[in-house]
Design a protein around this ligand. Structure first.
Ligand SMILES: Nc1ncnc2c1ncn2[C@@H]1O[C@H](COP(=O)(O)OP(=O)(O)O)[C@@H](O)[C@H]1O
Ligand SMILES: [Mg+2]
Length: 258
């Protein structure tokens, strides 16, 4: 999609309880003479406070979907409508400039990755604070927010630790706090427990469930079918297409027998 086509994000109305509406999303990659269709007409609606999991094997298009919805890449065609003022005024990511994308990532979309992507020279506190500094929030508000979030995810004892001084689970908790710090519309998580053992996976999923119960909207992609059952809805992605959908909400202790 060229830049001219993208530079006219017009507001359209959407149902106020819808956070994200995706229409006929297509994304292809071309290498030499071969073209791979990574996403083939994906349609998805997420309502406020919903926890949706998308499951699929490696190569099914999960990361491509998160990158398109997370304003990190552009689809070939389709619409990605975010309810930006939460009152029913939606903007289409596919019609935005790079600058507008940056703003969306800073203020509206909380991204969580498999490999944490924390700055190694910044402490837990500083990593969480950074998006607020970039958004020019004042220092008093920053302190209050960062400390509250780190407490909320049980890391008050680790605030001054560097990423290398923390376990994988602790680092992932820092990224959850970082994702939440500017009060995004939605959390997008790409294999958030991909690097973690079962016990730590349970800890992270409990945090996601707490966030959902507090009203956050979450979209998680994973190849872990078992853990996905805690979400409200589980959608199966097969070769870039949604092929199945089921209701979840299974208690985590039933999944892991504890
Ligand atoms: N940058 C890229 N260039 C070319 N092909 C890619 C690129 N990224 C992903 N793909 C291909 O797109 C398909 C979907 O990949 P991906 O979204 O990473 O899947 P998943 O996250 O489910 O493992 C795969 O066939 C993959 O090889
Ligand atoms: Mg992936």
């Amino acid at each position: 999609m060229n830049k001219e086509k993208r530079s006219t994000a017009k507001a359209v109305t959407i149902e106020p309880n819808i956070v994200l509406a995706v229409h006929d999303l297509i994304k292809t990659y071309t290498i030499g003479s071969s073209t791979i269709t990574a996403l083939n007409k994906v349609n998805l609606t997420i309502t406020k406070g919903e926890f949706v999991a998308i499951v699929g094997p490696s190569g099914s298009g999960k990361t491509t979907l998160i990158n398109c919805l997370g304003a990190l890449d552009f689809p070939d065609s389709g619409k990605i409508m975010y309810n930006v003022n939460a009152k029913g005024m939606a903007l289409d990511l596919t019609h935005m400039t790079n600058k507008q994308h940056k703003k969306m990532r800073l203020r509206k979309i909380g991204l969580i990755f498999q490999f944490y992507n924390l700055f190694p020279i910044l402490t837990a506190y500083e990593n969480v604070e950074l998006p607020m500094i970039l958004d020019k929030k004042d220092s008093k508000l920053r302190k209050e927010k960062v400390e509250n979030l780190l407490k909320r995810i049980g890391l008050e004892e680790r605030m001054m630790h560097l990423p290398a001084q923390m376990s994988g689970g602790e680092q992932q908790r820092v990224t959850i706090a970082r994702a939440l710090v500017n009060d995004p519309l939605i959390i997008l998580a790409d294999e958030p427990t991909g690097e973690l053992d079962t016990e730590t996976t349970i800890t992270i999923m409990k945090i996601f469930l707490d966030l959902k119960n507090a009203g956050e909207s979450i979209l998680m992609v994973t190849h872990n079918r078992r853990i996905a059952d805690v979400a409200d809805r589980i959608i199966t992605l097969t070769d870039g297409e949604f092929t199945d959908e089921k209701i979840g909400g299974k208690p985590i202790n039933e999944i892991y027998n504890f």
